[in-house]
Design a protein around this ligand. Sequence first.
Ligand SMILES: Cc1cc2nc3c(=O)[nH]c(=O)nc-3n(C[C@H](O)[C@H](O)[C@H](O)COP(=O)(O)OP(=O)(O)OC[C@H]3O[C@@H](n4cnc5c(N)ncnc54)[C@H](O)[C@@H]3O)c2cc1C
Length: 529
Amino acid sequence: MKIVDCDYFVVGSGMAGLMSALHLASYGKVTLATKLRLQDCNTNFAQGGICCVMDPSDSFDKHARDTMIAGAWLGDSRVVHEICSHAPEGIADLVACGVKFAVKGDGSWDLTREGGHSARRILHAGDITGEKCEAAMIRRIRRSGVDLRERTVVIDLVMSRRLGMPGENRCLGAYVLDRDSGEVYAIRSPNTILATGGCGKVYLYTCNPDCATGDGIALAWRAGAKVENMEFMQFHPTCLYHPNARRFLISEAVRGEGAELVDKHGRRFMEKYDPRGSLAPRDIVARSIDSEMKRTGDDCMFLDIRHKGARYLKRRFPNIYAKCLSFGIDMAKDLIPVVPAAHYTCGGIQATTDGRTSVPGLSAVGECASTRLHGANRLASNSLMEALVCARLTAARLGPNPERFAAKPKIPAWRTGSAVPPDEAVLVSHMWDEIRRLMWDYVGIVRTNKRLARAAHRLRILRREIRDYYFRYLVTPDTLELRNLAVCAQLIVRCAQKRRESRGLHYTLDYPRQAKTIRQSVLPGFRSR
Ligand SMILES: Cc1cc2nc3c(=O)[nH]c(=O)nc-3n(C[C@H](O)[C@H](O)[C@H](O)COP(=O)(O)OP(=O)(O)OC[C@H]3O[C@@H](n4cnc5c(N)ncnc54)[C@H](O)[C@@H]3O)c2cc1C
């Protein structure tokens, strides 16, 4: 079996992965694997912008306080202060890559404001901030000497204990699958950095791209790493509901400009839930839409902004207007079908701000990591900031003082046993659909003990079936994703079952109040129990 050696092995090509690799490139050989093309990641879809205190009237303390409030005080205030105060260095890294953030006529930053922020502190590049950042980082990384491996899927981490090596259980690299040739080989490295993003795809409706299957979280957990706070999945209230419109968000600004949430008969329903009506905060609107969908059995609710007229809508929302029209929905004449959609994974692999996990040799950065910045709910535009800052801090730790092998470990060839090529792809797609549907129905925006227990039971059975399928057939990218998705689903349910209160994004009818004590939901890794 082929073995590729490197000093640093980075998995993922979003903001966290590309920035980690760029920083580490000056310290040694970096190999970066990503399961599709470099630009296929959540980062590329980020719209609003990146938080960073830039205005003299604003302060890191204010930003930290807003972050703690949004996170329902579950965040770690030391972590929150550290990340907020390092944001300017992260922004400088992006500017050095060539990102041009919007500026005003006088040349100062054009800072915008989003829900939950007490000041204007969001840098943006129009409404395609993520795309602009991703393009600039890709241009830079192609010239950096990093060994880039696109369409390369990490299957599992190689752990010293599984190889029967004495001493602590260390990560030695990973087995990877080349999507094009079907070859499985190993990447051997004393420093593996997971930057694999979140697991929005675990839910039926999500605005995340297809790669968001929680691979890194599942890989790390299987390797023995601690995972935490997975119950906190952020849902965006208004994702366009149309069979061909995958992951298109209808911005909150549409409600800001007067759109009302209505049912299929055009009746307003938000006033039943909150006196602020359609302008209630994101989590309340998402819960109300979910409640109406469950009550009526309808597939979606609607936004009504017809009263504003075509001229105004085309001028104010040119992109959304054109997108809706391309699906046959004229915002000036039709109701816009919307559903809440899984948006951001607040929990993940337990990690420090400089990427350290509970497993030696393994780091985690970005959305796959839980640094305790977000607490029980992420403040808008804090995630790209976290990825930037933590990539920088992780490289500052690992660059000058990398882990090293005393002797190169022997990695055995990938064994396929008696596995045969899969002959019924329908089994995978069926199990995939079942997980996403049951997570949506039982572990969605509003939870109960009964629904969680039902989900836990079904997931136990599904994981057994998936394990059986996994060993019977040769690995494919789809089976790998399904296996990881099932693990993430189970981790979400377990964390949710541990939390006997409603806090931030976790809302349960059985414990509707917030508890007085602050408690993180920490799960031990699979092998460490
Ligand atoms: C529609 C949308 C709008 C958003 N808007 C904003 C915003 O305005 N501001 C903000 O701060 N945040 C925003 N977010 C959130 C933000 O985009 C993400 O949190 C952030 O981009 C995560 O970066 P990351 O590098 O951790 O992961 P990602 O960008 O998701 O990258 C993960 C990478 O890992 C790779 N990968 C995964 N598994 C494997 C595997 N097994 N093998 C190899 N490679 C693998 C993927 O292919 C991908 O390249 C938005 C998200 C969405 C979906």
